[in-house]
Design a protein around this ligand. Structure first.
Ligand SMILES: C[S@@+](CC[C@H](N)C(=O)[O-])C[C@H]1O[C@@H](n2cnc3c(N)ncnc32)[C@H](O)[C@@H]1O
Length: 286
């Protein structure tokens, strides 16, 4: 277990559930952890970066990461003079090989710091204009892979890493599972959680069949647990990600230019962990 992340020196008072009469559900907590990790690792240089989610799926945690990150690094309330010189909020962009613009536009309309690319973006062959747009704005590109990197086989993962190292200034892999015994047990608990939450979702979605497939034929919890186990088995260790970087086709000298950091942050005692790998070009945070 890594020590808790110390607050960033430029952080304002952290968001607390006490500030909010409707505290976020637990599923948002990992996003808050990722936001803290990023603001801690980048410090003031975070304003030099644009964060591009390359596997946003239906949206995933990036809209929440954006919200928490910008809330934690903004000084409030700036004076008139300070407001003129304060760095602008950090920008986030949603992309995917199979984009979901209808879902993403709803998230983007809720934040001026979140945008998306409606056309398909292949993480193994990024369109040059996406990177150039950021360079023209004086921004470095940091790629986010939230709950996604374990989906790639080694061949695709190498291609994605090579393209990332060739065109970006860093990337982060964030996963909620790993190949540990506690990771496997956690998947079982999430199955139990599905059983507890079934009436809520049956009501929310107006779908009574959820109850049938949960209690009468417990297919939904079984699929959830099985999917979790498969994801756990496929989740790479930091050593395995380093090996893939080393064999992605770039020379040893190029790989040595990158700094790899990793760790684990707990969000539910005993079962809920964010496993993170953050890779940045050496010296890029100066
Ligand atoms: C499990 S989903 C990620 C979900 C999302 N990040 C979340 O946390 O809910 C994996 C995503 O990776 C995308 N994907 C797969 N191969 C890709 C590639 N080569 N380039 C970009 N996205 C890819 C898929 O379309 C899918 O949406």
């Amino acid at each position: 277990m890594v020590p808790p992340i110390p607050p960033h020196p430029h952080a304002s008072r952290p968001n607390s559930s006490l500030d909010n009469p409707h505290p976020p559900p637990p599923i948002l907590l990992p996003a808050r952890i990722v936001a803290r990790l990023l603001s801690h690792h980048f410090g003031p240089s975070i304003h030099n970066y644009t964060f591009i989610d390359f596997c946003a799926g239906a949206g995933g945690p990036t809209p929440s990461i954006e919200k928490h990150l910008n809330a934690s690094i903004s000084t409030s309330p700036p004076s008139y003079a300070e407001a003129a010189t304060a760095p602008p909020p950090v920008q986030f962009i949603l992309t995917d090989l199979h984009p979901h613009p209808a879902l993403w536009s709803a998230a983007a309309s809720a934040s001026p710091n979140l945008s998306y690319v409606s056309s398909s973006v292949d993480a193994s062959n990024v369109p040059q204009h996406l990177i150039n747009d950021q360079k023209q704005k004086g921004k470095k590109v940091f790629r986010l892979f939230n709950l996604a990197f374990h989906h790639f086989d080694d061949t695709l993962a190498r291609k994605i890493l090579r393209n990332t190292l060739e065109t970006s200034d860093g990337f982060g892999i964030f996963e909620l599972q790993d190949r540990s015994l506690s990771g496997f047990l956690a998947c079982c608990l999430f199955g139990l959680g599905a059983m507890v939450m079934a009436p809520y979702y049956a009501f929310l979605w107006g779908a009574p069949l959820v109850l049938v497939w949960t209690y009468l034929v417990p297919a939904l919890p079984a699929v959830l647990v099985f999917d979790g186990w498969m994801s756990s088995l496929r989740t790479r260790t930091v050593g395995e990600v380093k090996d893939l970087m080393g064999s992605c086709g770039l020379g040893e000298g190029e790989i040595r230019k990158w700094e790899v950091r990793s760790g684990t942050e707990r969000f539910i005692p005993g079962v809920g962990y964010v496993n993170w790998i953050i890779v940045t070009r050496k010296g890029s945070q100066e």
